[in-house]
Design a protein around this ligand. Structure first.
Ligand code: G3P
Ligand code: CA
Length: 253
C-alpha cells in the first residue's frame, strides 16, 4: 500500500507531527522551535518552505514577513541576505530577540543528525526546477529517507513525481470531496493531510482513505478530546502545535 503505510505498522500508535516545530515553546519555524520538536516526542517535524527573491528556500508560513518578524511585505520581495537580517523572535518573546528566518539548508543540517523525520510543506505552486532544487538539497544532506513533501497544490506534487519520484508526496486538503484515491492519484501522493472538519463531516473517511492504500494525517489537533477522536478513527498521524503533550498523552493511553 505504498511507502507511507510502511512508516506505521499495524497496531502502532498514530505518529506525531510537530506543526511548524514546537511553536508553543519558541517562535514558529525558527531553528529553536524546530530543534525543540526534534528533541520532543514528535516523530515528524512539519515546516513551511518558500523561496526568497534570489531563490533560496527558507522556512516561513505566511506570505508576508509582517506577523513573525520586524519587517514588512512579501517573503519573495526579500533576498536571502535581507531576510536573514530580520528579527524573527522578538514578536514571540524578548528572550528570542535575534532569532532568524532559517534557510531550509540550516534545518536539514539539524535533521541529518537526528533520527526524526520531516514534512516539508512547499507553500504555493512550484515548478519542476524549483522542486528539483529542494530534492537536490535533501539528497546532498543525506536525509532522503527522512523527508516527505507536503503541498496543497496538485501541480507541485506532480512536479515532484517528475523530478524526484523517490520522495513521498502528501496532498494537503481542507475538505475531501469525492474519491480520496482519485485525488491522491492525480497528485501521485502516498498520503492525504486533512482537517478535523473533514473527518467530523465524514466519519468513514479514514476507512475510505485506507482502502485506497493511502495514509491519512489530520491537522491541527491540540487537545485530548480531538486526539482521542482521531486515534479512535485510526488516523496514521496527528499534526499538532503541542508535540510534547501529545507524546505524554499517547504514552498514557
Ligand atoms: O500539515 C498541514 C498544515 O501545516 C497546513 O496548514 O496553514 O498550517 O500550513 P498550515
Ligand atoms: Ca504547514
Amino acid at each position: 500500500a505504498g511507502a507511507f503505510s510502511s512508516l506505521r505498522s499495524p497496531g502502532e500508535a498514530a505518529f506525531i507531527a510537530g506543526h511548524r516545530g514546537d511553536k508553543t515553546v519558541a517562535p514558529e519555524n525558527t531553528l529553536q522551535a524546530l530543534g525543540q520538536a526534534l528533541n520532543s516526542a514528535a516523530d515528524y517535524v512539519e515546516t513551511d518552505v518558500q523561496l526568497t527573491a534570489d531563490g533560496v528556500p527558507v522556512l516561513m508560513h505566511d506570505w508576508t514577513v509582517d506577523r513573525t518578524t520586524n519587517g514588512t511585505g512579501p517573503v519573495w520581495n526579500y533576498s536571502y541576505e535581507e531576510l536573514s537580517a530580520l528579527d524573527a523572535g522578538s514578536w514571540f518573546g524578548e528572550e528570542f530577540a535575534g532569532a532568524t528566518v532559517p534557510s531550509l539548508e540550516e534545518f536539514l543540517n539539524l535533521l541529518r543528525w537526528s533520527t526524526k523525520n520531516a514534512i516539508l510543506e512547499l507553500k504555493g505552486s512550484w515548478t519542476d526546477e524549483q522542486v528539483g532544487l529542494i530534492a537536490d538539497l535533501i539528497a546532498r544532506h543525506g536525509v532522503s529517507d527522512h523527508v516527505m513533501i507536503g503541498s496543497f497544490d496538485i501541480m507541485t506534487l506532480q512536479a515532484l513525481q517528475r523530478v524526484s519520484p523517490e520522495l513521498p508526496g502528501m496532498l494537503i486538503v481542507r475538505d475531501i470531496v469525492g474519491d480520496p484515491g482519485a485525488l491522491a492519484a492525480a497528485a501521485g501522493a502516498v498520503a492525504l493531510v486533512t482537517s478535523k472538519k473533514a473527518i467530523t463531516q465524514d466519519p468513514e473517511l479514514v476507512e475510505r482513505v485506507h482502502d485506497a492504500g493511502l495514509g491519512i494525517l489530520i491537522y491541527t489537533l491540540n487537545d485530548s478530546e480531538t486526539w482521542s477522536d482521531a486515534v479512535s478513527l485510526g488516523v496514521d498521524g496527528i499534526v499538532t502545535d503541542r508535540p510534547a503533550e501529545l507524546g505524554q498523552w499517547i504514552a498514557q493511553e
